[in-house]
Design a protein around this ligand. Structure first.
Ligand SMILES: Cc1cc2nc3c(=O)[nH]c(=O)nc-3n(C[C@H](O)[C@H](O)[C@H](O)COP(=O)(O)OP(=O)(O)OC[C@H]3O[C@@H](n4cnc5c(N)ncnc54)[C@H](O)[C@@H]3O)c2cc1C
Length: 460
């Protein structure tokens, strides 16, 4: 590791309002921890920003000392791009404020805010916008890659609701990107990841949601998976966009509403969310119960903010993770067979196959409207390899890779960069498809030296 000269570090410390954390500091290991325990990198300098100007100093210091840069929002990215070895980490963990203008239905969000911070602040006003399903995920990385969750069928992706962003560019300018200012940059950051600059504030549109919504789980036996999936495929074709249903296939966790002898067995779970009138929602979801012989269910009216944390216990930090994903324009019978085959060989109790449902508002945005272009995706196939011990690395990674290969013939083109692992750099151009060339041009304009390369990197 490069040793930073005391004098230079002291100047940086004096310049920033936030904290500088160095390898000898007692909190260094805690500060550099991220969600995926497989990633263990040691930055030479961590700048824990307290305000946007700290980013200017951090970039200037990194450039002056030839240090590479990484940026941490919520630290969830599976590829671990928030961290770099021997470089400078711009850490937003202490910038988590979310301010709401209820009249204008806008939220102004600092880049270290988690989805939990966001939901909590906006739900005070009975509002929300589409974000992901795990409350400890960072709003920054999620938004820059695209962002989708329970409200996506109704209100689109997170980027579809991004109104503007304040940024620091590679050459140290503080600028704003929106439909009216630096439009090319605004186009690029909506899906193009952290390639174009450092976001210091996001502005989002909000909608009235909740406070109560209808949500919960229906759990079916694995030997009924094919019929459940086929009936699900038909049902969602005509389901209203207020209703979202994701399929989760995994070994049953010890949920209190499931009989004990089901715990640890492979199951098919329908995770149901309805953001409308509760009584209407109850009627609407009733047919799901006839998809098979349920092992159990737990569905009811609950606060939106509570459901936004429902999957947190299954997605805690500290486990080892390797993910793969495909976009899907349809859920074919052949894919169902592959899902069932690989569900039969889950290599750890935490591995799972997630099928988020995308159809709706997100599909009505033209594919060249912004960097994220997969507007034909009806579903996403997300292969979550997840386990505890390093000794299981090879087996769990092999399971995810093999399933990814076998399911590839059923996938559409492109990929969601936020679900790509660290070894998928050669998939980036394909992930962006026809939008890649324009992204390269914008990269050349705003970051010609590629100082922001710890990401799914767009090479000019
Ligand atoms: C458990 C779990 C659940 C998830 N669920 C969903 C889901 O429901 N829906 C969904 O769409 N995605 C989901 N994701 C994927 C998630 O969107 C990505 O992992 C995302 O990158 C996380 O953002 P972060 O800020 O926490 O990550 P970080 O690791 O902190 O950042 C990721 C990258 O984003 C860039 N970045 C971060 N902050 C900034 C900034 N301020 N300026 C410029 N660049 C920046 C950097 O390149 C950084 O390397 C999930 C991930 C996990 C691990």
């Amino acid at each position: 590791m490069k040793i930073q000269s005391n004098e230079k570090i002291e100047t940086l410390k004096n310049n920033v309002k936030g904290q500088i954390v160095l390898p000898d500091d007692p909190n260094y290991d805690e500060v550099r921890k991220i969600w995926n325990a497989m990633i263990d990198r040691r930055p030479a300098v961590i700048v824990q920003c307290a305000e946007a100007d700290d980013v200017l100093h951090a970039i200037s210091y990194a450039r002056g000392n030839k240090l590479e840069i990484s940026i941490r929002g919520g630290g969830h990215n599976i590829a671990g791009s928030a961290l770099c070895d021997n470089g400078l980490l711009i850490d937003f963990s202490n910038m988590t404020t979310v301010s709401v203008d209820a009249q204008k239905r806008r939220a102004y969000v600092e880049p270290g805010a988690t989805l939990g911070d966001f939901d909590k602040a906006v739900q005070v006003h009975g509002m929300a916008t589409p974000v992901g399903i795990n409350s400890t995920t960072g709003i920054a990385g999620l938004t820059l890659g695209g962002g989708f969750g329970w409200l996506t069928r109704k209100y689109g992706m997170t980027i579809d609701n991004l109104v503007s962003a304040e940024m620091v560019t590679a050459d140290g300018r503080k600028i704003r990107a929106s439909e009216n200012e630096n439009e090319d940059l605004f186009w690029a950051i909506r899906g193009g990841g952290g390639n174009f600059g450092v976001i210091t504030q996001f502005e989002f549109a909000l909608y009235p949601v909740g406070p109560e919504i209808l949500a919960g789980l229906l759990v079916f036996p694995m030997d009924q998976a094919k019929q459940v999936l086929q009936k699900y495929r038909e049902f969602v074709k005509t389901a209203p966009e207020e209703l979202n249903i994701w399929v989760v296939i995994r070994k049953a966790p010890p949920l209190p509403f499931l009989p004990e002898d089901v715990h640890g067995k492979e199951v098919v779970v329908l995770a149901v969310f309805y953001a409308g009138n509760i009584a209407e929602g109850e009627k609407l979801i009733d047919p799901l119960r006839s998809f098979g012989d349920t092992y159990g269910e737990h569905i009811g009216a609950q606060p939106y903010g509570q459901w936004q944390q429902a999957f947190d216990p299954l997605l805690t930090p500290g486990a080892r993770n390797y993910w793969k994903s495909h976009n899907l324009t349809e859920l074919s019978d052949g894919l169902m067979d592959s899902i069932i085959e690989f569900a039969g060989k889950l290599p750890s109790p935490h591995c799972e196959i997630f099928l988020p449902l995308m159809s709706g508002a997100a599909n009505r945005v033209p594919s060249d409207a912004m960097a994220y272009g997969h507007r034909d995706a009806q579903f996403v196939l997300n292969v979550h390899g997840r386990w505890d011990e390093a000794a299981q690395d090879a087996t769990c990674i092999a399971w995810a890779r093999e399933f990814f290969e076998v399911s590839a013939p059923y996938a559409s083109t492109g990929a969601y960069v936020n679900f790509m692992s660290g070894d998928e750099g050669d998939r980036v151009a394909a992930a962006y498809g026809v939008n890649y060339e324009r992204l390269q041009q914008i990269k050349k304009k705003y970051d010609p030296e590629n100082i922001f390369h710890n990401n799914q990197n767009i090479k000019a």
